[in-house]
Design a protein. Sequence first.
Length: 257
Amino acid sequence: MTGGAGPRTSKTGRDLNEAERAPPRPLAVFIVFSLIGIAVFTALGVWQIERRTWKLALIDRVDHRAHAQPVAAPGPNAWPKINRVDDEYKVVSVTGRFANDRETLVEATTEQGMGYWVMTPLESGDGFVVLVNRGFVPTDRRDPATRKAGQIEGETSVTGLLRMTEPKGTFLRANKPAVDRWYSRDVAAIAKVRGLANVAPYFIDAGSASNSGGLPIGGLTVISFYNHHLLYAVTWFALALMLAFALARVIRGHFTN
């Protein structure tokens, strides 16, 4: 009987020793969630690298597009196919007559200070209307009577950048068509208030040579893209490494104690 008890005691001791070294439940949960966190942080870092590659390619395309030779402003047949990725910032040209009595002022902040964009419908010779952002005027020159030299009469040609409509307003301020207060260049809403028909779904930012009268001041378009993807990628990868380092220390501490 005594001889048979020895192996059982030895086996029990070995089992207890292994149980002491096995990760307790809280540690096992920590390990699982840490591995998930490392995987998620790494995936986010990789995603930001991919986003950066896409953004750099977009910036390169837009830069080439904005410095290309002018093409005719797209007419009604092309409108359904126009999109931000392929068409915005193209250099376009159109000939027609300004409807100066239907201009719209959109609040703006530029390198010239606070004021307004002057959005004027241009009735093209091809039978459609396009809103032209003729440029910037300071607050004290919002009244067209104070800038008569810039009110172009008769047929004229405009060359500038094709821009996509900016519906509803800005992040903090919504457009108020009922009181003619505008914070973004919402083509459809402006066209409705001004009673315009057959209006292009885009507008044109006129270039600096578009107005010999001085005001509005054209050519103030800022082409800028938010591109902090590399910083975000480094941040996510750093978090993944920190979590992996912490996990390794916890596991080593458990099995060496």
